[in-house]
Ligand binder design. Structure first.
Ligand SMILES: [Zn+2]
Length: 248
């Protein structure tokens, strides 16, 4: 195995984990925004509920006035009946009174409906208040959980940056450049393990002489996959204990 390959393999491991962590971390702003959205929605429901109750109470005031006005009108007509001179005028007043009483009954019905509705709206308001308190507690707990998850990932990322620095120090500059060039072109994956004489990333077979060389512990050349150009390595002889890991 080429002496620098184990560093490249370590670098690949670090870079893949860094990419994974960055991917995970990039999801956090949206997750925090979703929590904010839940709170805004719960507050909006409470506001709507409060507005509906206020509107209902205002309408109730108007209906109370209506009822009062019809009652006054009826009293006025009844007072007038004492003073009328003709039967005709008396009948006309009786007719007015009957009509006003019908209107009064309607206004009282509407007022009663409004009072029943107000009770329901008050209950909805209390429920919206409870729901907001529950949402605030749930969101606060989830926010804490997310913040600690985010802090852990960031801590791991910082540790990996230090680890990467250390690995990079051990690599010749030209090899590091080569690694980075291939990684940039191939979605961050510059290395490919050879398994069963095949590039494990693009599945193309490796020429037998290349495979032989790769497996030779004394080999000090870098080989590329002829198809995907990734740097090839062979972990099989490590597993077999030929290189540096002793067989148990
Ligand atoms: Zn390949």
């Amino acid at each position: 195995m080429h002496p620098s390959l184990k560093h490249l393999i370590a670098l690949q491991g670090v870079d893949l984990r860094v990419a994974e962590l960055r991917q995970q971390l990039s999801s956090f702003p949206a997750r925090f925004a979703e929590l904010d959205r839940q709170l805004v929605a719960a507050r909006q429901r409470l506001d709507d509920s409060r507005a509906a109750l206020t509107k209902s109470l205002t309408e109730r005031k108007t209906l109370e006035l209506d009822v009062e006005q019809w009652k006054q009108r009826i009293r006025k007509y009844k007072d007038q009946t004492a003073e009328v001179k003709s039967n005709e005028a008396y009948r006309a007043l009786q007719h007015e009174i009957a009509q006003a009483e019908t209107e009064l009954a309607r206004a009282e019905d509407r007022l009663l409906e409004r009072m029943v509705a107000a009770e329901e709206l008050e209950q909805q308001l209390r429920e919206a208040e409870r729901a907001l308190r529950a949402a605030e507690a749930a969101v606060a707990a989830e926010r804490n959980r997310l913040e600690s998850e985010q802090a852990n990932l960031e801590q791991e990322l910082a540790a990996l940056a230090a680890e990467r620095e250390r690995v990079v120090q051990a690599l010749p500059a030209d090899l590091l450049n080569l690694y980075q060039k291939i990684a940039r072109k191939h979605g961050g994956v510059a290395l490919a393990e050879v398994r069963e004489e095949t590039c494990s990333v693009c599945r193309v077979r490796i020429r037998p002489q290349v495979y032989q060389e790769l497996r030779r512990p004394e080999n000090d050349q870098i080989f590329h996959c002829e198809s995907c150009t990734r740097i090839l390595y062979c972990a099989e002889h490590d597993a077999a204990g030929v290189a540096h890991s002793p067989t148990p």
